[in-house]
Design a protein around this ligand. Structure first.
Ligand code: 8YV
Length: 315
């Protein structure tokens, strides 16, 4: 039987590329110089798109593939996939939930600890000789026992809260409604009220048009000059220009961010700020998790073309 032709939006590690190429003819969109011409040429043969969370599949890409049946996303977030365009044509969509939950939660908590305790600066203090030349490193802020807010208590938010409980933090969360599995934590419906009672505010919401800029100027102001905002979700959940203004003015104490508008070309204003910790959208970036994500992308593709049920369907 001839191999199914798929569109591969971004690169994958070699351990994913080899089995993908063995099973499919993968047309590499990311290598094409003229994307529109490439789509016009290969689009008519494409029956599936393999993409990544942050790359998704837009309406033009979907429209260029009239035989498209499935979009398989390497990532839990599928906000970059035009779901309306997919839904309108009955195109199935899958993502990679669960396998990355713990790593993403780990990175969020690690950023809180590292940034609050000044670990990046402390490391430089040792390496550049400041310890010997200037003496003790400046004091930093405690984490344990402080107030934490989790905005979005889905899989990742729940794992963040579980970890924070290990630091004896006073935990509250916001979501569309109180969760029956979270009675040990306080439910605060309003994001601004959650921020007002938090020293650390974690943004762990699945991004959609409805959550765009849910962390707005008021939420940021409520978190305040002593507060830290930690984002391990999507940049669109935060009003980034309000965030930059608040970080520059001191209206917000600090931020630890794994995601940015227009990444990887982030706003250069971030780079000039001493009170931010910046990560390169790396929360799921461990060998173990990325291998599991790659396998799930392929397993969904294989299941579909074998006429079996999708493992992790979104649509
Ligand atoms: C990326 C992510 O997909 O899970 C998500 O939604 O954003 C990430 O895991 C990852 O950077 C791989 O491209």
């Amino acid at each position: 039987m001839s191999k199914v032709e798929i569109l591969q939006v971004g690169p994958y590690p070699e351990w994913d590329q080899i089995p993908l190429d063995a099973a499919f003819i993968a047309h590499r969109y990311f290598e094409a110089q003229d994307k529109a011409a490439f789509l016009a040429k290969v689009g008519p043969q494409i029956r599936a798109i393999a993409t990544r969370g942050e790359l998704g599949a837009n309406a033009d890409m979907i429209a260029a593939c009239p035989k498209l049946e499935l979009i398989s996303v390497y990532g839990v977030g599928y906000d970059a996939v035009d779901l309306n365009a997919a839904r309108a044509r009955g195109i199935r969509v899958t993502n990679t939930p669960d396998v990355l939950t713990n790593d993403v939660a780990d990175l969020g908590v690690a950023m809180m600890l590292a940034h609050s305790r000044g670990m990046i600066g402390a490391e430089a203090w040792v390496r550049d000789g400041s310890w010997a030349a200037k003496g003790l490193y400046p004091l930093k802020h405690r984490v344990w026992g402080k107030r934490a807010g989790v905005l979005g208590l889905g899989r990742i938010g729940f794992e963040v809260a579980k970890r924070l409980a290990g630091f004896d933090m006073d935990i509250a969360y916001s979501d569309i409604a109180a969760k029956d599995y979270a009675s040990q934590w306080e439910f605060v419906a309003d994001a601004t009220a959650l921020a007002a009672r938090s020293d650390f505010l974690f943004v762990t919401l699945a991004a959609s048009a409805a959550t765009r800029h849910i962390v707005n100027k008021n939420v940021i102001a409520a978190l305040g000059p002593q507060g830290m905002l930690i984002n391990i979700s999507r940049a669109s959940n935060i009003d980034e220009s309000a965030l930059l203004d608040a970080l520059e003015s001191g209206a917000l104490g600090s931020a630890a961010l794994d995601v940015f508008e227009g990444e990887p070309a982030l706003n250069p204003r971030f780079l000039a700020l001493p009170n931010v910790m910046l990560q390169p959208h790396h929360a799921s970036g461990t060998f173990e998790t990325r291998k599991a994500m790659g396998a799930l992308v392929r397993d969904n593709l294989m299941a579909h073309f074998a006429g079996k049920a999708l493992l992790t369907p979104v649509l």
